[in-house]
Design a protein around this ligand. Structure first.
Ligand SMILES: [Zn+2]
Length: 192
């Protein structure tokens, strides 16, 4: 079965028991937003107890406070009323295993999927690649807690983010499913 067929079959079951979720209102009912990593092991609905309609979840590689993540957060409060935010990175994040230089070299050599081994990502496959990867900041992570503090601080100091929104910083532990407080982040993100 292709992924497409699997998704459509799953959707058939989901829609069959959709119930009254069609009546949910657009603004998130619980008035908060989570910025987190796209890692397939993370299930924000599960780890934070969310149902449809509850909260905004913004995901990207690393859960980083990129310009686009901030765009979503600003829309989240300004138009849809969220009043409390969470930045949740995690242990064993793939963003720790490469740098901008490594990524641009991998892309320059080939557009095929790289191999991940104990030494990090290595180039496999044939070219041509593209030098365009060198023009992107991949927002990699060299310090798990440091990246949470950095992102909370960046959001806190953004001119379009009101001081009234508390921003909490956490690491999600992929081995236990627990959220671990990052004290420096929560301090940096305190409402003021
Ligand atoms: Zn990750």
């Amino acid at each position: 079965m292709s992924a497409r067929d699997e998704v459509l079959a799953a959707n058939e079951s989901y829609a069959a028991t959709f119930g009254d979720k069609g009546e949910l209102s657009l603004p998130p009912a619980r008035n908060f937003a989570i910025l987190t990593c796209m890692d397939a092991r993370l299930d924000p609905a599960g780890y934070a107890g969310l149902a449809e309609g509850d909260a905004h979840v913004i995901r990207n590689a690393g859960g980083r406070a990129s310009d686009d993540a901030i765009r979503s957060l600003v829309i989240s409060y300004k138009l849809l009323g969220t009043a409390e935010w969470f930045v949740i990175h995690h242990t064993d994040c793939g963003m720790e295993f490469f740098t901008n230089e490594v990524m641009s070299e991998l892309l320059a050599s080939s557009l095929e999927t790289a191999a991940l081994g104990p030494e990090g990502f290595t180039a496999v496959g044939t070219g041509p690649g593209s030098p365009e990867g060198g023009n992107i900041d991949w927002l990699t992570i060299s310090d798990q807690e440091g990246s949470v503090v950095e992102d909370v601080t960046r959001i806190r100091n953004h001119p379009l983010v009101p001081g009234s929104i508390p921003i909490h910083g956490f690491l999600y532990d992929v081995r236990t499913g627990r959220l671990i407080d990052v004290p420096g982040a929560t301090e940096a993100g305190a409402a003021r």
